[in-house]
Design a protein around this ligand. Structure first.
Ligand SMILES: Cc1ncc(COP(=O)(O)O)c(C=O)c1O
Length: 290
C-alpha cells in the first residue's frame, strides 16, 4: 500500500469452514506458510529483508496459528537467509503461560518486539530484542566512535520505564504470574467453549490459546461488522461491570495473569448475559427490515 511500500502480505490463517470452535491450535492451515515461498520466488530472496508477524494475531481478533505454521514460516526464512521477526507486544511476557511465544512454540526468532507486559503497562515502554548474530552484524558495521546499536527515540532508555521494567520482571517471577497464566489457560478454554458452542445462534467461532481467547459473533444481516460488538461491549460495561474488548463482532479476552477460576467463570456469565440481552434485538430488527 502507499503507507507501507514494498511490503507484501501473507494471507490470514483464519479459516472458519475448517477451524470453527477449535480448542487451541487448528489442525489445518500450516500449508499457507508456503505462500512465502511464492513471494520469495517473485521478488528473489536477496530482495526480501524480513518476515514480521504476530505469533498469535491479537487485536485482529485472536487468530491462533495452525499447528506447524510458524515453524514452517521460520524454516522458509532460514532457508533463504530472511530475518524472522516476531511482534510479541501482546504475547510477550507471559500471555501464553511462558515468558514469550518463542518459548511456547519452541522456535527461534531473529528479532522480537515487545512492549505492554514489559512494564505491566503501568509505564510506557517498548523494547526490541535481537539475536546475537543480528546484534553483532550491526555493531561491527557501525563506524568507530559512533553509537553502535542506535535507536533514537525522545524517551529512549527512560529511567522510570527501565525501573518499572526491572521491577515487573522480578514480580512476574516472585508472584508466579507465568505459572498462574499457564494454570488458568485450560480454565479459560473450558469456560469459553463450555459457554459458547456451535449450537449458539449468535456465535460463529470460539478461539483460544494460552490466556487469550475470542468469541466471534455472527454479524446480523443489515448491519456492518462492529455494530453488535459495540452494543455487547456497551451492555457489559453499563450492566455487568465488565469491559470487553471488541474488534468488529469479535469479543477478545486476555485476563490479568492473576485471574482466578471464579473470576473467569464470572466473566463468561456476564458476557453470555450481555450477548443474550443484545443480540436478539439486532436479529429482530434485521428480520423486521427484511
Ligand atoms: C501486537 C501489537 N504490536 C504492536 C502494537 C503497537 O505497539 P506500540 O503502541 O507500542 O507501538 C500493538 C498495540 O496494541 C500490538 O497489539
Amino acid at each position: 500500500s502507499a503507507l507501507m511500500p514494498r511490503v507484501d502480505h501473507m494471507r490470514s490463517t483464519l479459516n472458519m469452514q475448517e477451524q470453527a470452535f477449535t480448542r487451541g491450535q487448528p489442525e489445518t492451515g500450516a500449508n499457507l506458510a508456503d505462500e512465502l515461498e511464492d513471494l520469495v520466488a517473485l521478488h528473489g530472496p536477496q530482495n526480501v529483508a524480513a518476515v514480521i508477524m504476530e505469533p498469535v494475531a491479537g487485536s485482529a481478533g485472536v487468530f491462533v496459528p495452525p499447528k506447524g505454521y510458524l515453524e514452517r514460516v521460520k524454516a522458509i526464512c532460514e532457508k533463504h537467509g530472511i530475518l524472522f521477526i516476531l511482534d510479541e507486544v501482546i504475547t510477550g511476557f507471559g500471555r501464553l503461560g511462558k515468558p514469550f511465544a518463542v518459548d511456547y512454540f519452541d522456535i527461534n526468532a531473529d528479532i522480537i518486539t515487545t512492549a505492554k507486559g514489559l512494564t505491566g503497562a503501568v509505564v510506557p515502554a517498548g523494547a526490541v530484542i535481537a539475536s546475537e548474530a543480528v546484534y553483532d552484524s550491526i555493531v561491527s558495521a557501525a563506524p568507530d566512535e559512533a553509537i553502535e546499536f542506535f535507536h533514537g527515540y525522545t524517551y529512549s532508555c527512560h529511567p522510570v520505564s527501565a525501573a518499572a521494567g526491572i521491577a515487573m520482571i522480578q514480580y512476574y517471577h516472585e508472584a508466579g504470574l507465568y505459572d498462574n497464566a499457564r494454570a488458568m489457560a485450560p480454565v479459560l478454554e473450558d469456560a469459553l467453549h463450555g459457554s459458547f458452542d456451535a449450537s449458539n445462534p449468535y456465535v460463529v467461532d470460539v478461539r483460544n490459546i494460552g490466556l487469550m481467547g475470542a468469541i466471534q459473533m455472527r454479524t446480523p444481516p443489515g448491519y456492518g461488522p462492529g455494530a453488535l460488538g459495540h452494543a455487547v461491549m456497551g451492555h457489559a460495561w453499563h450492566n455487568e461491570d465488565l469491559y470487553v474488548r471488541f474488534t468488529g463482532d469479535t469479543l477478545a479476552f486476555s485476563p490479568a495473569f492473576l485471574v482466578s477460576e471464579e473470576e473467569i467463570g464470572l466473566i463468561m456469565e456476564r458476557v453470555k448475559r450481555s450477548i443474550d440481552a443484545v443480540a436478539p434485538k439486532f436479529y429482530a430488527k434485521s428480520q423486521g427490515s427484511a
